[in-house]
Design a protein. Sequence first.
Length: 277
Amino acid sequence: MTDRKLVPAPAGRKGIVAASLALALTAAPGAAQTAPQARERFSHSEWTAVLQRFVDERGRVDYETLARDRAGLDAWLARLARQGPKSTPSLFPARADRLAYYVNAYNALVFQGVLSRGPEKESVWKGGLFSGYSFFVSTKVRLDGETWSLKALEDDVIRKDFADPRIHAALNCASIGCPRLPREAFVPEKLDAQLDAAMREFVEEERNAAADPASRTVTLSKIFDWFEKDFLSFERTNGNPDPKIVDYVNRFRLAKPKLERSFRVRYFDYDKRINGR
């Protein structure tokens, strides 16, 4: 009788499981690979730090103190100048990343323009509306490796490429008549909620949207007059064949009565005083 070599069996169920697991790990391709790292995205924390230090709850900016202590703003501006969707596209994988970048950049570059003119000035607007546009046309800024005017950045990039009228409640032009400047940066992971909140706050303020039933009149912020094309285009794109400007406003008036479509629309005088404190 021939002797047999006995192979010890795994001790019970635990042994069987351990042996099977070892075999599976040895055979499985790529078993030793590590999990992929999360993609790096552009950070807006520097801008939030500037806003929280120099902007109060009313959205007023302490430009005079900022002029004396602008290291944080300058560091943020330097990063904006060398990084952006064109020069570092991997940091901006989604539409929200790009839009948040441009909105925050615009607001920061307005800060830079105010400081360049002198924070003691009462307004960035000179005289009437069109002469006042000189600040937005002549102020040249560096962004993403290119030179822009503020007006070109707003019209040719933010409005044209994104077609989202909510940005008109997010862009701040250093004036009291503008929407309130928030104390935190717009960030891609909650951008929709932030833009909704900004527009909702804007249209629920009496200084921006008010109705007078006696005269059958609605009075709106001048912003709805200047950028009427953006608001009406959005309405048509979203199924409104015969839009009126109050239709867009009513989308965001959740805590206030809706405005009557049949009322005549007028516009408030724009408060061009600087939003300083």
